[in-house]
Design a protein around this ligand. Structure first.
Ligand code: TRP
Ligand code: SF4
Length: 515
């Protein structure tokens, strides 16, 4: 298992709106800090695409592309999907559900009083922000944070009020709906003291998070105003080398005349040195600037060099990811699953505490299919192949039975409601591959249950067309069919046939053929 599953680490959550390519201000203000945190904390980072809609609902044409741009910047800069969970907000619907429940208990005044509410309405006066969604912005943010039971929220100064509101919402929600976690209906007694109500003993339903204030180094835009995409004064993290040099060389400085003395603190170029140059170079330009012994032209050339040395590997890594859309898709899908698993745990407890009727079996089965099946350890001491088959299939058959009832036929064969014949076969991992042995008898659907080295079960449900097309191509041994699947180095799952490999990972957990 990778490090991010280290559950003892404090949990961190943060998000960014998909505003398109990140600029250096976003990088040094937030992303660099996140990259450090992924090594020490259990981190969840997400792209807040629903939040983007609160202000940009009138033109949503760039939301998807901007989401990908942000993701590429994250990966290029070094956020690592093996170390942190990265996902897209709108992929985890549970955020919306918790936001809705929060909306029931949150007084309007709390939201109207959040400083960003009035400020933004004034700043973006051309937009109509007297909408329900915009008022609810910080409440959706509270749901983002509380659904992961985050300990810390790394944000800048501008977001502190939102985290403060989040804490208040958590307290109010916990008050209205005391946790009814396991054991809550047991009265605890100590000696002959009064029973202590369970709600006092139980963990609160939602954990109050703390701000992890990010110290942001000062970085002016090329025109000496605050760096911002909308001012057109930004240098982007993915800036090409040529335009990087051009932007720095055309930058306004703090020394209008060569003979003027300047101050790097007040100069966009000086700021870049402060962030990206080594101590020696920074000392050199600082002296040269404050005493007017170097030219801004020289100073800029050195800044170009320092910044380029830092951005070059980021730009290259970004390009590599941009050229592999399947990999991006996989990263996002993996993040979505991990995030949903955690979010869903909170939502189970929340729905229960609120007092909603438990969901139906079918819904439960659907949710369950989003959590991974495990084979009991006992499989290692099983004596016969039949016993192993029984242990590996039990959980899977139970799950499937709730959605698509299967009728037992011959051993390892079942009949679906639409009268399809399904063969269910199992195997354990051997060096990244699995071998399934079955009798050469006609089947419509083939279910391959592959137990991996961590005892997780991967279920590939090969639909009739695929089975029919490849049946003759499978290897035969002593009259049996031998089916081999393996993981490719890229992480694809491939089915071997005489005519080559067929990718089958899209059939994992796809139960549509079992109707
Ligand atoms: N409001 C944040 C911003 O504009 C983005 C955001 C949305 C966020 N949800 C969050 C940040 C949850 C931290 C935690 O930057
Ligand atoms: Fe800016 Fe460098 Fe010129 Fe000083 S010398 S004003 S830091 S460009």
């Amino acid at each position: 298992m990778t490090q991010k599953h280290g559950n003892l680490r404090p949990r961190v959550l943060s998000g960014m709106r998909p505003t398109g390519k990140l600029h250096l201000g976003n990088y040094v203000g937030a992303l660099q800090n996140w990259i450090k945190l992924q090594d020490t904390h259990n981190c969840f980072f997400f792209i807040a695409d629903w939040h983007a809609l609160t202000t940009d609902y009138d033109d949503t044409s760039r939301v998807a592309a901007n989401t990908i741009d942000v993701l590429l910047d994250w990966l290029g800069a070094g956020l690592d999907p093996e170390k942190c969970t990265m996902f897209v907000q709108s992929h985890v619907k549970q955020h919306a559900e918790l936001h809705l429940l929060f909306s029931m208990v949150t007084p309007l005044g709390w939201l109207e009083r959040v400083p960003t509410y009035k400020e933004q309405q004034q700043n973006l006066a051309t937009k109509d922000l007297s909408t329900y969604g915009f008022l609810g912005y910080p409440l959706l943010q509270a749901a983002d944070i509380l659904i992961y039971q985050a300990d810390f929220v790394p944000v800048g100064e501008d977001q502190v009020a939102h985290v403060e509101l989040t804490r208040e919402v958590a307290r109010r929600f916990n008050n209205f709906f005391p946790s009814s976690g396991p054991g809550s209906n047991i009265a605890f007694t100590r000696g002959d003291a009064q029973p202590i109500p369970a709600s006092v003993m139980a963990e609160p339903l939602l954990k109050e998070p703390h701000v992890l204030l990010t110290r942001t180094p000062k970085l002016l835009g090329t025109d000496k105003r605050k760096m911002s995409k909308s001012y057109g004064n930004a240098i982007f993290l993915s800036e090409e080398a040529s335009s990087l040099a051009e932007k720095i060389n055309n930058s306004v400085t703090d020394r209008p005349k060569l003979t003027d003395k300047g101050n790097p603190d007040r100069c966009p170029v000086g700021n870049l040195h402060q962030i990206f140059s080594d101590a020696e170079r920074l000392a050199y330009i600082t002296r040269g600037c404050t005493q007017a012994t170097i030219t801004c032209v020289e100073c800029k050339a050195l800044a170009v060099e320092s910044v380029e040395a830092h951005l070059n590997p980021i730009r290259e890594r970004r390009k590599q990811f941009a050229g592999q859309p399947e990999l991006l898709e996989k990263i996002v899908r993996q993040g979505e699953q991990q995030a949903r698993e955690t979010a869903e745990k909170t939502m189970h407890a929340v729905r229960d505490a609120v007092g909603l009727l438990a969901e139906t079996q079918v819904q439960l089965a659907r949710e369950e299919s989003q959590t991974r099946l495990r084979v009991p350890q006992a499989v290692t001491s099983a004596k016969t192949e039949d016993e192993r088959w029984g242990l590996r299939t039990a959980g899977w058959l139970e799950r499937i039975g709730k959605v698509h009832p299967l009728r037992r036929d011959r051993p390892r064969t079942f009949i679906t409601q639409k009268s399809r014949k399904v063969g269910v076969h199992t195997a354990a991992e051997q060096n990244g591959s699995w071998m399934f042995r079955l009798q050469d008898r006609a089947l419509n659907v083939l279910v391959l249950l592959a137990q991996d080295n961590d005892f997780y079960l991967h279920d590939y449900v090969l639909p009739p067309k695929l089975v029919q097309d490849h049946w003759k191509q499978f290897e035969r041994a002593d009259g049996d069919i031998v089916i081999k699947i393996r993981k490719s180095p890229a992480g694809d799952v491939l089915l071997s046939t005489k005519n080559g490999d067929v990718p089958i990972q899209q059939y994992e957990g796809d139960y549509s053929a079992l109707q």
